[in-house]
Design a protein around this ligand. Structure first.
Ligand code: DGY
Length: 323
């Protein structure tokens, strides 16, 4: 970690930290806030001399920001579990610790993926939109027909905490659970009767494919035109992980031409921009990145950020260090 610490350390909250974390940091630190619309230039203006930066998935923590902060920077504490917007190598080179907020958002995010699964299967948002707009003219045996999930084959792509929790939640519905992961997970297999599969087999076999892999160069567009073609017209794709996992142009096309059944998305490649062809695509439920948005999870995430920052500032190992 970096050199001598100021008597009252400064912390840059790049965007917004909820009181559950902010109040604890403010008790012993000088706080600088970027605000929800902070642009990189503004963050670089605020950074000089800070001992900690609190980032979130929308904040790019790169060499220029670290350089602007200076050599006393000790930690980048990410207010999220995914830390793909942080240049880990640049942090390592500078001896800056990087932390995230695992566990506390697992239930919230897995529950949201379940909600997307059900909403996509039963076309809930289309049906509600018809009702609200006055297009609903009465019970119609052929309208709003969805996909039934009881007995379905679920494929969980990415078998970390959130993927495993999603599998637990869908277990009562599922006929079979497949998982795609780098390592075999014997406990998970035993407990849920899940079977490990290659991605190509999972896509071919599953009725529901739910993505829970981290964003990385290797996972970018892991679901593209060929993978969508492999899924089939009754299948549902759910993504509550990171937008970069899915080629959104290919997904919009697959929804339009009926080569997959439905999609439920919480995340996009270039947030907050949502591609127009996805907005117009049929049988597609779109949410604004709310996976961890429960009061319980967000408070716990904020508090975890404070735990990590305060540990680093006290010269001890932050509990959730990822680099
Ligand atoms: C995360 O923690 O990575 C989520 O995307 C935030 O909701």
């Amino acid at each position: 970690m970096a050199g001598p610490r100021q008597s009252t350390p400064s912390v840059l909250i790049a965007r917004r930290l909820l009181p559950a974390g902010l109040d604890r940091l403010a008790a012993s630190c000088e706080i600088r806030k970027g605000g929800l619309d902070a642009i990189p230039e503004r963050l670089r203006e605020l950074a000089p001399g800070v001992a900690a930066i609190v980032s979130d998935p929308t904040v790019t923590v790169d060499e220029p920001l670290l350089e602007a902060a200076g050599p006393q920077l000790e930690i980048v504490a990410n207010f999220a579990v995914g830390y793909d917007s942080i240049d880990l190598e640049a942090c390592r080179r500078r001896g800056v610790a990087v932390t995230n907020t695992p566990d506390v958002l697992t239930d919230a995010t897995a529950e949201l993926a379940l909600a997307l699964t059900l909403a996509a299967a039963r076309r809930i948002t289309d049906a509600e939109a018809d009702l609200r707009s006055g297009r609903w003219t009465g019970w119609d045996p052929g309208a709003h027909l969805g996909l039934e999930l009881s007995g379905a084959i679920f494929a969980v792509v990415g078998s970390g905490r959130i993927g495993r929790r999603y599998a637990e939640l869908v277990r009562p519905l599922a006929g079979e659970i497949l998982y795609v992961g780098r390592r075999p997970q014997p406990d998970f297999e035993r407990r849920l009767g899940a079977g490990r599969a290659e991605l190509a087999d999972a896509l071919r076999l599953a009725d529901v494919v739910s993505l829970h892999a981290p964003a990385s160069p290797e996972t970018r567009h892991m679901i593209g035109r060929d993978e969508l073609a492999a899924m089939g017209p009754g299948a549902i794709l759910v993504n509550a992980a990171r937008g970069s996992l899915v080629d959104s142009a290919a997904l919009a096309e697959a929804l339009r031409d009926g080569s997959i059944g439905a999609a439920g998305l919480d995340v996009y490649e270039d947030e907050p921009r949502v591609p127009a062809d996805l907005l117009d695509a049929p049988r597609c439920v779109l949410l604004p990145h709310i996976g961890s948005a429960t009061a319980r999870a967000r408070d716990a995430m904020a508090s975890t950020v404070a735990d990590n920052v305060l540990a680093a500032l006290a010269g001890t190992e932050p509990p959730n260090r990822v680099a």
